[in-house]
Design a binder for this molecule. Sequence first.
Ligand code: 7TS
Length: 418
Amino acid sequence: MSAARQDAAVSRPAFDVEAVRQDFPVLHQEVHDRPLAYLDNAASAQHPVQVIEAVAEYYRRDHANVHRGVHQLSQRATAAFEGAREKVQRFINAASEREIIFTRGTTEAINLVAQSWGRANLGPGDEIVITHLEHHANIVPWQMLCEQTGARLRVIPMTASGEIDLEAAREIIGSATRLLAFGHVSNALGTINPVEELVGLARAAGALVLLDGAQGVPHMRVDVQALGCDFYAFSGHKMFAPTGIGVLWGREELLRAMPPWQGGGDMILAVSFEQTTYNALPWKFEAGTPHIAGGVGLGAAIDYLERLDFDAAAAWEHELLVYGTEVLGAIEGLKIIGTAPRKAAVISFVLDGVHPHDIGTIVDHAGVAIRTGHHCAMPVMEYYGLPATARASFAFYNTKAEIDRLAAALRQAREVFA
Ligand code: 7TS
């Protein structure tokens, strides 16, 4: 969220977190006889009852295969699934619903671009540029593509605060760069990356830009046209929708020119053994029966977010970040990893003398769910010389009391291992 937007949000009425929590049934339970504090939202967020009900209603009443039946149920399922596509289009301000490709998630969306656009367009002498901060989903598909095409992968280094080194970016992005791919927000550290500057560098070099938006969409309003990128990938399950559904947005003229990457039903207009004619956008990239209920759930999640005061929710998340940084930072022996000035509500940390996995187990016994490990960003861990970190990641339904409980459990962990 931009500073201006945050300022605007501050003047709004306070965010009613207790009311919002009532929408999320999963939060109201005990684990290990303690109330659950769910602080692992960067891995996967929870679902409001509105999403759960929309999916249940779809299965109770409307389920059939899409795009093929003239019967009532198939028509309803198609309307619900295609309706969700329109909601996504409006939510991210895409120019048309033809630009919204449903995928299994961010990972599949990035692989689609690598295998379709990449294989058709790259060869020896071409460079793909990523950054040191990437999730494995924005590293490995490009390594595979480089092996297949002879293109070269280059990596913009990071700085000690967990930011992309822009000086180095200026040197690395150049006339050989065909694609710059980077995360909107780092999942391991929470850094909000400088999209405008990086898009500017790529544009000046004549390169395309893919943004991995897995951690962007849940935390800030995304307008793909304003961002100026060419592809934007994200996952439903990090934005309160089901797993197994995600989105690749791409500029229509690019998608139109790209070959399909998987063949099968639904992605064709006509098939004979001599020749196949592919379907129009977006179905050209959606071979096989899609995750219809997931699409319905994603649409319901967007409806939910649009009814919520999203700016107030984002301001609350920011308040949680500031509070958590203060409270956790005050714990003796605790070091926060990732201290960029612009961060989403993610706090990665290590605790002197306690392995992150032990931290995870101890806080779990206090009812607090956090993630520990390399967060599928092994190069980031390697940069800091760490095998793993513990990571608390907040959603707008989290509270300061939950952060206090995490802090208390961490103090206890220190004592146990002292
Ligand atoms: N990119 C980023 C920035 C991510 O955070 C993740 C998942 C992905 C890509 C892959 O998304 P998927 O839905 O296709 O799996 N990140 C995490 C995480 O931080 N902890 O668990 C999954």
